[in-house]
Every structure is written in C-alpha cells, then in structure tokens.
Write a protein that binds this ligand. Structure first.
Ligand code: GLU
Length: 487
C-alpha cells in the first residue's frame, strides 16, 4: 500500500472554480498513479463567506467530473471529520502546544491599533509587517488587557521558529514542480493562528488538518507559495514531518489577467449548464499545466493517469483558451453515441414540445443537426423549424430568397409536384435530385433551387440536410409552409 495521501481542500466561498478542478485533477491523478488516497476536505472556517449551496456545488461538480474521493465529509474515513467547522475542538490543543513551546504568543491589539500600524506603514511606503508589540508582554500587562475586556488572538512567532530550525533567515524548500524556492522570513509578519473568537485561521488549520490527516503531498496553485513558508515553520514548531509541496502555475485568461467572470464561465457548473461535457472539460484542464509527451491531446483521465508525472507539471502559467476548449468539446460531442447525445440534449430543448416528435423523428433531427455542435446548448437555436406548424422566416431568407421571382417560381412548382411524392428518405433524395436537375436545365443553379425550399420550410438560408428536415416535419407541414411562402 502506498503512503501517498493527497487532498483537495476547497473553501466553499463560491462554486467550484475550474482552477480548483485542475488542482483536484492533478491530486487525483497523483493518487491514482501512486496507488495513494485522494481526500476531500471542506475548509469552511470563514463562516461569513461559506454557504451550504457552495458546499453542495463543490460536491456535485467534483462528482460530475468523476474526481471521486476516498475520504471526505460524506464518505467519512479514518481521519475525520473532513469539514473544518466540525474540527474546532481539535485546534486549541495545538495552539496551546505552540504557546507552551514559545512559538506563539497572545496578542491583545485591537483592530484599531492594527489599522493604525498599517496606515503608518503605508505612509512610510513600507510593506506592512506586524510590530510584534505583544510578543514580550509581562503577565501584569496581559492581566491589565484582560481587565479592559480585551480577548487575545494568538500569533505565530516567525523569528523563534526560524531560529530554532534554520541558521539563516532565508529559508528554502524543494518544490516538486518549481524546484528550489526560498523566502526571507524577516519579511513575514507574525500572523494570527487563532482569532480572539477562538476560530483558527487558514494557515494554522490547514497545517493541523494536513498533519492529522497524514497528507504526504500538497499540490496546489502557486498563489499559496507565500503560505507554504509559514506552514513549513508551523510543522517544524509542532515537531511534525513536513509534507512534499508542489505548486502549479496559475491559469490566466487569454488577455493574461486573472481568469474571471468577465472572460466567460469560470465555475465547473457554469460550463456544464452551457453544455460542456465534463470529460472534455477535464481533458482540457489537464492540459493546463501538463503536456503529453506524444502530443496527443484528446485523452481520457485513465490515459492521462498512465503518463502522468508530477515532476513534469508546468511551473509557468497557462492560458485558458476558450476557443480550444470549444474545439475539444466539439470533438467529445462527435464521439457520443446517438442515444447518449439524445438524452444529453434534452435539457437544452425544453422550450420545444418534444412530444411533437416520435423517437424516430427525434433521432433523425439529432443526427441531422449534431455535426456543427460546439456545446450542447447550440442545439437550442439549431432546431426551431422542426417544431410547430408554421415557421418564422428570418430577414435573410425573406429578402434574399423568398422575395425573388426565381424562388417564387421554384416554390409553385414544388408545391404542385411534391403533392404526389411518396415521403420516404430514399424517394425524397431522388425527387429532390430530379427537381434540381429540372431547374438546372432552366438555368437555375441547384443551390438556388434548394435555397427556395429551405427558406420556405425552415425560414433560414442554411441548416440541416433538407431530406432529413422533410422527413422529420412530414409532408403536411412541408406543403403548408411552402404554400404560405408563395405570394
Ligand atoms: N482552502 C484553501 C483554498 O481554497 C486551500 C488551499 C490549500 O490547498 O492549502 O485556497
């Protein structure tokens, strides 16, 4: 059994972001590759920003992506609970240990006093670092503050930890992705590990949880590198083993800014609602930071897992190319079986009365319209003419086609002749072919002839194969629409 234990630890302050999905995927792949365990922990210590809806969204999105966890809030496990807010009674013991060992101290500063310090730093154009004025308070001073009704927060003493474990204030660690990383610890302020209301802060809770959950490798975004130095010092101060860290480059928008709503969808559930397939999305995010040696980009998670090597993850930023995702999604749609696609498209067809079509007609409609689909929701606007008695004629179809004398002539002839046509696929092919040939002999291009029929029957100048359309809507509607288009 492998000792590898990795985790994804989202904070439920929003729906599951594609960036988090990528982090989850790389952790999942690493567990898969090494025979290790993949753990889900919900980091909901920030009660104000947390909501149950976001927690549900995280669960649902990870499940939809197939990133199933071995241990987590819902499935349990040996090291639970896996939701931070249910772990509040675990943290004080470790705070006390740090206090007892001199790696932490009580801080009685009020928010106003801290604000004043920050303003002073801004005024002097200096980065803000806590003044440590509470580090060496005497018992009397503490007593006095308590009498004033002040409740202490607990701060971690960076310098004490650095001096206890390192010769130099500049400390290093070897990142699995980025190699050697270092930080001058004199620039890190003594940060709060437990607030005056008793709730732990992220940097502290994450270490305690990762330690107690025996997490061996921490793979996450590079925005956490500055936290990692703080966290390493806490592990050391607790006498715990420091896990391996791997920090991934960030995901940027095509304009190289942080990926945000203004660029398009960012949450996994938003992509799903728009009709992206989770397999395509997963394949796409895997390529944001990982490149297959053979250059074959379309691959399943199992195929990716086979070739996955954590040391090959990219340390640089990746660009979230929506165009590439669209292409990839279209490739995944093409691979779906008709039956599968028929089901998956239903949520995007709710504005139509599907009961108008029997299964054969519905199948025909889907097969006739699936080719250009980039996302599943493209189907909504691709099929209105398959439904209802009449059809809405768009501007181009009206002015460029139906208003011409040629189209009017074609339609009159069509109405006369088609009345006698037997409405089978094979026969319609033949009849339309003959019809075009007949008009060609009169000097009308085949394309123009078909435009007239298409414009009358679908209200558009382009769309699915005409025979398939005629087969789905049937003879009666075809004749009715064609007659209506004649002036
Ligand atoms: N809750 C943190 C976040 O969502 C977890 C970071 C980590 O992986 O340690 O950013």
């Amino acid at each position: 059994m492998s000792d590898v234990r990795v985790r994804i630890a989202p904070s439920p302050s929003g729906n599951l972001h594609v960036g988090t999905a990528r982090t989850a995927l790389f952790n999942f792949l690493y567990a898969k590759k090494t025979g290790g365990k993949f753990i889900l922990r919900i980091e909901d210590t920030d009660a104000e920003r947390t909501s149950q809806a976001y927690i549900d969204n995280i669960f649902d999105s990870l499940k939809a992506l197939g990133l199933n966890w071995d241990e987590g809030p819902d499935v349990g496990g040996e090291y639970g609970p896996y939701t931070q807010s249910e772990r509040f009674d675990i943290y004080p013991k470790y705070v006390q240990k740090l206090l007892d060992d001199g790696f932490a101290y009580e801080c009685f500063c009020t928010p106003e006093e801290l604000e004043a310090e920050k303003e002073e730093a801004t005024k002097n154009k200096k980065p803000y670092v806590y003044s440590k004025r509470c580090e060496n308070l005497t018992d009397e001073q503490k007593e006095q503050f308590r009498k004033e009704g002040r409740k202490p927060a607990i701060r971690f003493s960076i310098k004490k930890a650095q001096e206890a474990f390192y010769d130099n204030p500049v400390i290093h660690f070897t990142d699995m992705v980025k190699g050697d990383l270092h930080q001058d610890t004199s620039l890190i302020g003594d940060f709060v590990i437990m607030k005056s209301n008793g709730s732990p802060t992220y940097n502290f809770a994450v270490v305690i949880d990762d330690m107690l959950m025996k997490i061996s490798h921490i793979i996450r975004g590079e925005d956490h590198i500055s936290n990692t130095f703080k966290q390493i010092l806490i592990y050391k101060a607790l006498g715990a083993e420091v896990p391996e860290f791997g920090h991934l480059g960030m995901i940027l928008a095509p304009d190289r800014s942080k990926l945000s709503k203004r660029h398009g969808a960012t949450a996994v559930s938003e992509f799903v609602e728009k009709g992206y397939l989770t397999d395509a999305l997963l394949n796409f995010v895997a390529l944001l930071g990982w490149a297959p040696a053979d250059g074959v980009e379309i691959r399943t998670v199992d195929e990716i897992a086979k070739d996955f090597n954590i040391h090959e993850l990219s340390a640089s930023n990746s660009i979230f190319e929506y165009d590439k995702l669209n292409w990839m999604n279209s490739q995944y749609i093409k691979k779906l079986s008709t039956e599968d696609l028929k089901e998956r498209l239903k949520p995007f067809l709710t504005k139509y009365d599907l009961s108008e079509l029997n299964d054969e007609q519905y199948t025909r409609m889907i097969n006739a319209t699936r080719e250009p689909l980039t996302i599943l929701s493209d189907i909504t606007d691709a099929v209105p003419y398959f439904f209802g008695e009449d059809v809405e004629i768009d501007e181009e179809a009206q002015t460029k086609v139906l208003d011409t004398d040629t189209a009017q002539d074609v339609l009159k002839t069509f109405v006369d002749m088609a009345e006698d046509w037997e409405w089978t696929e094979e026969n319609l092919h033949q009849k339309l072919e003959d019809f075009r040939t007949m008009y060609k002999e009169k000097g009308v291009k085949a394309k123009v002839t078909m435009w007239a029929i298409r414009a009358a029957v679908t209200g558009r100048t382009c769309g699915a194969d005409m025979v398939q359309i005629l087969m789905v809507i049937g003879k009666d509607k075809t004749m009715k629409r064609a007659k209506k288009a004649i002036k």
